[in-house]
Design a protein around this ligand. Structure first.
Ligand code: PEP
Ligand code: MN
Length: 461
């Protein structure tokens, strides 16, 4: 785990923020990866504004999700969590959001049909605007500027103006999340996600091997749906899907300002997203991130990289899930294809022996990042697949449940990860590499991955 020196902690509780004992305890703890805002007046006014804005998600939805994740932890559902490494303000267009939602719906249908298991659909969307960085600076042609930390903090353009940390971006992140979430809600509740449109979700994507495989699966689903229709089955339930929003809870001022006390339960919920995770770089047991997230009711994820010990995992459980509440805690392992078969078993064994029940999810992306010979940050599709296979093998061997998958993916036809059935090579990066942060699976690679995991899930027992 990379440790950065703590940036100056933010001193005062926010004006207008919801009060609840302990919600500001993180301010006295070591905190890493926080912005150093350039203008304190803009900072104060942005937080006051955020504290007064309506919640983005509702406590009742968060509670429903906790229940769904509890099912996955028991092996009765599977979590599919996907989206950009870093969303951008500019990228929050109807076309791009729709393509990502459709891709997740397609993957979910492949998984549900192939594995006969309910799939919990969750975007790394509507809030994934802040990035931890291993270096504070970036140097290009002898010029050094602050590293890009996500659109919530600064801009990607390599100029001193854009790279400064501008707190007004916090408010823009909120509004961009709100409009993204609004479109997601319209898509998933307004008829577009109706299972009878299963073919329609494929429209507009370039034809490729995974595309035709999806078409034949969609035909089978169509037949089954027509059969059930003829039998007089009630299709209300197939018209809508539940879709949850998640992001890394990195900029604690933002998360704190969007925390609200639920009038029904009297408890704090971080209403910036349904599910929040703590990254590999911010999971220090005595640090600010773990403390803050221990105090909100949302289901919480923690990324566990190859240096994680079983002791780290047990201490995180004690701190984040002291009541051992079903669905509360998810461990998202990102070990790397070469490590997963060796590093994951001791963690799973000791956690299981402790009696705690967590949801185990694989992130096959972050342990498999390499630089291509022509200088792009990339991942080999074969390594990604190999880590997923290793994850399934380990859980099968230990009799535990491989409960979900966390991916960086997009619905667009980008070229960022190498390989796949219609292989992407490094020359394609020159024209179609769009990510401002980590490389994502494109539409075809995402569908291919879904078919693979559906196969592994159906054979799991
Ligand atoms: C991420 O999810 O984009 C990320 C930075 O992951 P990790 O914390 O696992 O490195
Ligand atoms: Mn990433």
């Amino acid at each position: 785990m990379t440790e950065l020196s703590a940036s100056a902690p933010v001193s005062t509780p926010q004006p207008g923020a919801a009060e609840y004992p302990g919600l500001d305890a993180w301010r006295d703890l070591p905190v890493v990866q926080q912005p150093t805002w350039q203008d304190s007046k803009v900072y104060e006014s942005s937080l006051a504004e955020l504290s007064a804005l309506p919640p983005l998600v509702f406590a009742g939805e968060v509670d429903v999700l906790r229940g769904r994740l509890a099912e996955a932890a028991e092996g009765r559902a599977f979590l599919l969590q996907g989206g950009d490494c870093a969303e951008t303000f500019e990228g929050a267009t109807a076309d791009k959001i729709s393509a990502r939602v459709r891709t997740i719906l397609q993957m979910a249908v492949v998984l549900t049909y192939g594995a006969s298991l309910p799939v919990i659909k969750m975007g790394r969307m509507a809030g994934q605007f802040a990035k931890p960085r291993s270096s504070n600076d970036e140097t290009r042609d002898g010029v050094t500027l602050p590293a890009y930390r996500g659109d919530m903090v600064n801009g990607f353009d390599f100029t001193p103006e854009t790279r400064g940390h501008d707190a007004s971006r916090l408010v823009r992140a909120y509004h961009t999340s709100a409009s993204t979430l609004n479109l997601i809600r319209a898509f998933t509740q307004g008829g577009f996600a109706d299972l009878r449109l299963v073919h329609h979700w494929n429209k507009g994507f370039t034809a490729n091997p995974a595309h035709s495989r999806y078409e034949s699966l969609a035909r089978e689903i169509d037949r089954a749906v027509r059969f059930m229709d003829a039998c007089g089955a009630d299709f209300e339930a197939l018209k809508r899907v539940e879709f949850f929003a998640s992001h890394e809870a990195l900029v604690l001022d933002y998360e704190r300002a969007l925390t609200r006390i639920d009038s029904r339960t009297g408890l704090p919920y971080d209403t910036s997203g349904h599910f929040l995770w703590i990254g590999e770089r911010t999971r220090q047991i005595d640090g600010a991130h773990v403390d803050f997230l221990s105090r909100v009711r949302n289901p919480i994820g923690v990324k566990l990289g190859p240096t994680s010990t079983a002791d780290d995992a047990l201490r995180l459980i004690d701190k984040l899930d002291p009541e051992r509440e079903p669905g509360r805690l998810t461990f998202i392992t990102r070990m790397g294809a070469g490590n997963i078969r060796e590093k994951l078993p001791p963690l799973v064994e000791k956690v299981t022996a402790s009696g705690a029940k967590v949801l185990w999810v694989t992130d096959p992306m972050h342990g498999n990042t390499v630089t291509s010979p022509n200088g792009y940050k990339t991942r080999n599709f074969d390594d990604v697949i190999d880590e997923v296979r290793g994850f399934f093998e380990v859980h099968k061997g230990l009799g535990t449940f491989p409960g979900g998958m966390h991916m960086e993916m997009t619905g667009d036809d980008v070229a960022e990860c190498l390989g796949g059935a219609d292989p992407i090579d490094q020359e394609a990066f020159l024209d179609r590499y769009e990510s401002v942060c980590d490389p994502r699976l494109n539409h075809m690679q995402s569908l291919e991955m879904a078919f693979l995991v559906a196969g592994a899930l159906s054979k799991r027992s």
